[in-house]
Design a protein around this ligand. Structure first.
Ligand code: ZN
Length: 352
């Protein structure tokens, strides 16, 4: 990859709007956890070897990483640490605004869902003093866990939002797209809208025209992936037209889609179609730890694959401010950061 483009992408102030907390945990943090976790009966040498041994992970190894992370994030103190580390990673990658998403989780005898949420929110609050980054929380509803749990998690999110209106801003709908009927979840998602949440919905990760139509009818603030909407990717002309007319911003995660084989390769990613017609899009990492990527890498891959110059990369980042769930005041602050940065590098005429 062109070094000057990578260097530009690293320095460019960026917004990350599609990051799952657990999948974003770095190998370094996992190795630290494996050394400090007091969890007898687990062979941490094997875990260390596994983490260090697979840098360019296969899909199978990625799934193994998810279950490994799940088995290690079992207490509020661990959640505080991983949240802090993930925020630090993003800040170190030039991310100035981050929306982290996570499903409330309880671990019998160790952590309640409330404690899980509080741990994340606490770390987000602490990060304000530590890093030059604004961080928000999106509460995830996992379709795999069913409607009762979705209702319970929305209730938790409402309480957390009331106590932390500056941090808890959105609801995410995610999980295995092959499980659960969208009709069952629509009342919960509508209730979230009425409760003042912005919605970020994983959409069309597999071809499913009817479900995609119903999600678009909900008019969420953002869509995750929207992979199988274009006729070339298992969608249809009608569905594509509906998406384009909706102008709903789409969160695009290039590496994640290629690694999980929902998209054949970077060249065939629907970034191309959406970017060319000026549809609102924002680049995201999805699970930067598991997929061994960073937001700078994603910008760089987009630049290389779709021949974007530095001005276009800057514009991509600048436009994504419009799609953040942040307040107008925070958006103005972000616009100033991006404009000042551009003026600064233009003034210096050379980016190294
Ligand atoms: Zn995702």
């Amino acid at each position: 990859m062109d070094n000057s483009t990578l260097s530009f992408c690293k320095k460019l102030p960026k917004l990350e709007l599609h990051a799952h907390l657990n999948g974003s945990i770095s190998d370094k943090t996992l190795l630290e956890l494996s050394q400090t976790l007091d969890n007898k009966g687990t062979n941490y040498d094997n875990i260390k070897q596994f983490i260090m041994g697979c840098k360019d992970r296969s899909l199978e190894e990625c799934f193994k990483m998810f279950s490994l992370i799940h088995s290690m994030t079992v207490s509020a103190s661990i959640i505080r640490k991983v949240t802090k580390d993930v925020i630090e990673d993003f800040a170190g990658d030039g991310v100035v605004y981050l929306e982290l998403r996570s499903t409330p989780r309880q671990v019998e005898g160790s952590m309640t869902k409330n404690e899980y949420m509080d741990a994340i929110i606490e770390s987000i609050r602490e990060s304000k003093e530590l890093y030059p980054i604004i961080v928000k929380l999106i509460v995830s509803i996992d379709r795999k866990s069913g409607v009762t749990e979705a209702e319970e998690n929305l209730e938790l999110a409402i309480q957390a939002k009331e106590a932390n209106p500056d941090i808890v801003l959105g609801i995410d709908f995610s999980g295995n797209p092959a499980i659960g009927e969208i009709d069952d979840f629509i009342p919960v998602l509508q209730c979230a809208q009425k409760s003042g949440f912005s919605l970020a919905i994983h959409c069309a990760e597999v071809p499913c025209e009817l479900e995609t139509k119903k999600i678009l009818q909900l008019n969420p603030e953002r869509l995750g992936h929207a992979t199988c909407i274009h006729p070339d990717a298992g969608g249809s002309d009608e569905l594509w037209k509906t998406l384009i007319e909706s102008k709903i911003p789409v969160e695009l995660c290039l590496t994640s889609n290629v690694k999980t084989s929902t998209v054949k390769d970077y060249r065939n990613h629907h970034f191309d179609h959406l970017y060319k017609i000026g549809h609102p899009i924002v680049l995201g990492t999805d699970d930067k730890g598991v997929f061994s990527t960073s937001l700078s890498d994603e910008y760089c891959i987009a630049a290389k694959t779709f021949e974007l110059d530095n001005d276009q990369l800057w514009q991509l980042s600048y436009d994504s401010i419009n799609y953040a769930f942040a307040s107008e005041y925070e958006k103005e602050k972000l616009q100033k950061i991006l404009k000042d940065w551009k003026q600064n590098i233009t003034g210096n005429s050379k980016i190294d």
